[in-house]
Every structure is written in C-alpha cells, then in structure tokens.
Design a binder for this molecule. Structure first.
Ligand SMILES: [Zn+2]
Length: 244
C-alpha cells in the first residue's frame, strides 16, 4: 500500500521536476503527469491523459455526480517556473516547521495537491451533487496559443478583469466553507493573471482559490504551509458537496 498522506503527495509532486521548457521540445510534464494520473486512478477517479504535445499531457480526473449534466471544474497546472537563483533545494521537498520547500511547492503543486486530496475525498464518499472534473494542465502561460487550457486561442499575455458575480453559488459556498471552519473569508480581486479570468469570460463562474501566498510563487526559497494544503482540500470538498 503506497503512502497516500497529504505530505507524501506534495513531496512526490515537488520531487518530480516539471520546469516549463519555454517552447523547447522537452517532455516537461510527462513524468509528473504520469504520477498525478496514477495517484488519481488509485484514488478511484476516472482518469484520462490528453496528449497536447509530445510528452506534454493534460491530466483529467473525474468523479461522477448525481446530476451528470453539470460539471464543477478544479483547475491547476503541472509545470513550474525555472529554478535559477533558488536558495532552497528545488526538488528535495524538505520540511521545516510545517513548511514544505521546493520549486512548485506554492505555485502550483501545493494547490494541485489540495485539489487531488479533495477529489480523493469526493471519490470515497457518496456521489457529489454534480460531476467534478480536475484538470491538471500542461504549460501555464508560455505558449501564445495556450493549447492546454479551455480558452485555447487566447493570447497568454492578455488578462482580463474577472467577471464573476460574488452572488454566484460557487463564491458563496466557498466563502461559507471557509467561515464554517472559523477562518476569515474575504472576496477580492487579485493583481496577477490566472485561467480563472478566461473561464469567466467563457461564461463559467470562476474563483481563484488555494493554499499559500502569491508572495511565495517563483521565490528563491519557495514554500507552502502544509496545514494550508490540508485546509484548502477540506474547503474544496465541502464547497463541492454543498454545490447546488
Ligand atoms: Zn500558475
């Protein structure tokens, strides 16, 4: 029986290098894609690998819901930025004082781990209200054609203001899940680009949410608090279970 704890999941993800090849023909996401797919399959999900480019897949994992006509989408990405200038060992996944260090720990393997844990929880229990799809996509923000995302064809340098109404159920239920756990919740805009604004533009209400701070993304000693990964997983699962 493999160790399926949250800590070992994130350590496994960080220990697999997946630096964005910046247009070079490297199979950047092949190894991590296979690891994510295997973990999700073991957790009972229906898993599909989409070969976007040679050695560069998207991983899609699905939990069937009671209403199969609607889908709750969780999206993160498999690639990371480069490791130049890092002071923490990029692939050791060292843990100190509750923090896990390494490239991608915060952006975006910690959030991806939280989503995977939420999916595993949903697969274990009763069927969720709607289908739940996890998209772990290749190639964030490098290729101008953005083949890995729902909004293919959008130029990656352009980002749009989010157009999701705070009254949308996904926003309210996520806020409620956070508050129920005694944590403060605040809805606000962010100053960095994500796929959420592309999804919102396609008419899909979207929220940017996850463990860690944007201040740690791309940093020399990138880290994430492991407790936050666990919490985020619980908030996501609770939000999806309450989704109507
Ligand atoms: Zn990102």
């Amino acid at each position: 029986m493999p160790d399926r704890s949250p800590v070992s999941l994130l350590q496994q993800l960080v220990r697999i290098p997946s630096g964005n090849p910046r247009g070079a023909p490297r199979p950047a996401e092949a190894a991590i894609g296979a690891a994510v797919a295997g973990w999700l399959r073991d957790a009972g999900l229906e898993v599909e690998l989409q070969a976007v480019l040679p050695g560069r897949p998207n991983v899609l994992g699905r939990v069937r819901g009671r209403d199969r006509s609607r889908v709750f989408l969780l999206e993160s990405h498999l690639d990371t930025v480069e490791t130049d200038g890092m002071t923490a060992p990029p692939f050791a996944a060292e843990i100190r004082e509750g923090r896990l260090f390494g490239r991608g720990a915060c952006h975006a393997k910690g959030p991806l781990a939280a989503m995977m844990l939420a999916m595993a929880e949903l697969a274990r229990g009763a069927a969720p209200p709607v289908d739940v799809l996890l998209a772990a996509v290749m190639d964030e923000g490098w290729r101008p054609s953005r083949p890995g995302t729902a909004a293919a064809g959008e130029p990656y340098v352009v980002d749009y203001a989010m157009a999701t109404d705070p009254a949308e159920p996904v926003v309210r239920q996520l806020e409620e899940a956070v508050r129920r756990a005694g944590r403060p919740a605040e809805i606000r805009g962010v100053h960095y680009g994500t796929d959420a604004s592309k999804l919102a533009r396609a008419g899909i209400p979207a929220v940017v949410f996850g463990p860690g701070s944007i201040r740690q993304a791309h940093s020399a000693d990138e880290w994430i608090e492991l407790r936050q990964v666990d919490e985020a997983a619980a908030f996501l699962a609770a939000t999806i279970r309450a989704f109507a």
